[in-house]
Design a protein around this ligand. Sequence first.
Ligand SMILES: Nc1nc2c(c(=O)[nH]1)N[C@H]1C(S)=C(S)[C@@H](COP(=O)(O)OP(=O)(O)OC[C@H]3O[C@@H](n4cnc5c(=O)[nH]c(N)nc54)[C@H](O)[C@@H]3O)O[C@H]1N2
Ligand SMILES: Nc1nc2c(c(=O)[nH]1)N[C@H]1C(S)=C(S)[C@@H](COP(=O)(O)OP(=O)(O)OC[C@H]3O[C@@H](n4cnc5c(=O)[nH]c(N)nc54)[C@H](O)[C@@H]3O)O[C@H]1N2
Ligand code: SF4
Ligand SMILES: [Mo]
Length: 736
Amino acid sequence: MSGISLTRRTFLEGVAAASAPASASLFVPAAHAAEANDTWVGHTICDSCNHMPMCGIEFEAKGNTVIAIRNWKQHPNNSLCSKGISTLQRLYNPNRLLYPLKRTNPKGAADPGWVRISWDEAIKTIAAKLTEIKTKYGPDRVMFYCGDPKEPRPAVMRLARYFGSPNYCCESSVACNLAMVHALELSYGGEIAGGFGPKTKCMMIVGQNGAWSKPHGYYRNLLAAKARGMKLIVMDVRRTKVAEQADIHLQPKGGTDGAVAWGMIRVLIKEGLINRAFIDKWCIGYEEVVKYAETFTPEYVEKESGVPAELVVKAARMFAEGPSGMTISGQSITHQHNGCNNVRACSLMMALTGNVEIPGGGSFANWPQDYIRWDEGYTRSFIDQKWFDEPEQKAKRIDREFVPVWNEMQVLCSPNKLPEMVKAGRIRAVAGFGMNALIWPSPQEYQAAIRAMDFSFAADNFYRDETHHDMDLVLPAALNFERFAPFGTHGRKVSVRKPVKPLGEAWEDWKIACTIGAAVCDPETFFNGDPVKACNSILKGWGTSYEKEQQGLPALSTLEFFPPQTMGKHEKGILRFDGKPGFRTPSGKIELVSSIQAKHGFNGLPVYVEPPKPTKEFPLKLINGTRRPYITHSKTRRDQPYLFELESEHTINMSPKDAADRGIKEGDQVWLTSPYCDHKVRARARVTILCPPGLIDAQYGWRGDQETQPLIPRQNWDPISGYPCCNDVCIQVTKA
Ligand SMILES: Nc1nc2c(c(=O)[nH]1)N[C@H]1C(S)=C(S)[C@@H](COP(=O)(O)OP(=O)(O)OC[C@H]3O[C@@H](n4cnc5c(=O)[nH]c(N)nc54)[C@H](O)[C@@H]3O)O[C@H]1N2
Ligand SMILES: Nc1nc2c(c(=O)[nH]1)N[C@H]1C(S)=C(S)[C@@H](COP(=O)(O)OP(=O)(O)OC[C@H]3O[C@@H](n4cnc5c(=O)[nH]c(N)nc54)[C@H](O)[C@@H]3O)O[C@H]1N2
Ligand code: SF4
Ligand SMILES: [Mo]
């Protein structure tokens, strides 16, 4: 791809803003003190879909203005998509938030009366308010929250830690893919997944449409694996681009994945396709699995899920041929009342067939022990995970009664009961980085909770009325082209940035978090507010530094400190903290029956529970939120006008049959109604075979009368993860 230059009016307006004086000058490790007209090449990573690991961006700048962007060739993810390319429109969007704001009217007033204030006033106000709440009620009454943006997280989590609040929550503890990881941890002690490697003979993909949700390389790798003969089983309710490549497309009714998985497990057992030696050596609970699977006859599975009995049998046999890998749901099947158990049921097939830690099968990442996913803080020491794991801290978390299994297992706290917790006085303030109230079902209740708090502030790139309206302060966050922190990791590679200076008075999130930390805790723990020093505190331990990596740009170096991927790690004692062979579960075995689930009063088996069924009045099942290639959640629309042009209003997909039954044609305006919402939601209809009859796929994140989250009630949560059931609700669609 050649460089893309912007020629639009928005860009020119942005350039005018770019020449505004930047009062907040950042610590620059290898300074690009460019003269106003010098042209230079910079590097950053894209955060437009928050997919990890992210894609690399190489850009050309003139002075402090980015004038073109292109693929960063040396980067492992080096093929930008439409969302990545259009981030330049976001950078120079005239609506960007560029100065700290404080409200001057009372909360609840129609006009908050925002006025511009200095950073000094903002930080002093925050420090005073947080300290006051800490002194009066305790530090745990402040919730620290990061939305889908992954980048602020390690710094904000460190802030929560040293401020003393274990109520650190983020999008991954609201509703994303962490419930899938959680489910796998319950059985396997860690995230196990397969890929499209050369040894994989069969791959099963459950509830994931990587063609639209992952970087471009994903689909190319899928096609290449298919070309060399890999068989593909896809379990998806829709006929997606990935499903169209499948040798077997299992197309269950929403939420019935558990039934199909148990049906396949029954076939594996009955036909002797299991790996008994592996099970005997490494698994516990097999006898209970055999007994429970008995119910799931191909006939029952067909009746419950709609998947033809013979396909269930065929898929089980295909998977058993192996080596077979599996990847399960980024987020879709976990957004259901039995989501975690459905994920666990699917995943058991890897253990039962012995496709664990073998080439071509499922495997665990081979990270150094201190490393954690960087959206959880990079390293256990950077966030002091030991402290979060103390029983005393777990007991203070607001998810303790709500989701005990999650509370025990996860270091990120679930905030889904926030409205109740604010009413009970257990949360009195929130520090929100990239916080979006529309992430939740029935968001009006979360908006009311924000209004009821003693104090709240947010850091964001834009002013978002639906979330910020009743906050006390809103702070301007720098964008990916404008920040040093965080650096990226990609397998064993590390990528640092060479950014431009932030526009206006925007600060990078790490600088905001560290400056607040310096004010409420102590400057040294927070690197005197310096993001690069914060990064270096991690990189030094990995044998490198920000400056060194920056000098090597555009090349990325390989971290020798990160061990290369190997197989058979459970046999070599690599997976467990104590160095003994086995898995990171309480028993050291793969727990087909989870001891942690059982301890908290649940069935230890991933039992199946039937999902809510459509009714006469509400006959269509809604998936409230699938990924589209040109949309990310609540953002990317007017932030990145190129994308908005591709789909400028809320568009639902519906089958030709459902459309015909309702007299709806392509492009018609329609209304969505649910039993839980007192108003109807507006959308445009797209009539397509992507959706089978009975299924509607909608988008969340639109505002006003196009916002779909009010259709979803706050009464159902997956009891194992606390995730909301955005994909469990039945609705009606009518022509407007
Ligand atoms: N119904 C339904 N609900 C869902 C889902 C679904 O599929 N259906 N999906 C769930 C999933 S998987 C996810 S990940 C979440 C989405 O999680 P959300 O947190 O709702 O994600 P966004 O809509 O991207 O909103 C993020 C906000 O952060 C701001 N922001 C972006 N980058 C930065 C940054 O670097 N710094 C700061 N300070 N702010 C930034 C944006 O401007 C925006 O206001 O929604 C969840 N909720
Ligand atoms: N373009 C784009 N890419 C993104 C994002 C984005 O907003 N836009 N967001 C990123 C984030 S935060 C996430 S979490 C990932 C999510 O990535 P994915 O998990 O791939 O996202 P989805 O498209 O929501 O869901 C995948 C599939 O699940 C299917 N599905 C829904 N319900 C069921 C069910 O009950 N059973 C089965 N078997 N299938 C079901 C849907 O038909 C859909 O095709 O994407 C990331 N990438
Ligand atoms: S897939 Fe697209 S939006 Fe996501 S990180 Fe890559 S370029 Fe950015
Ligand atoms: Mo997500």
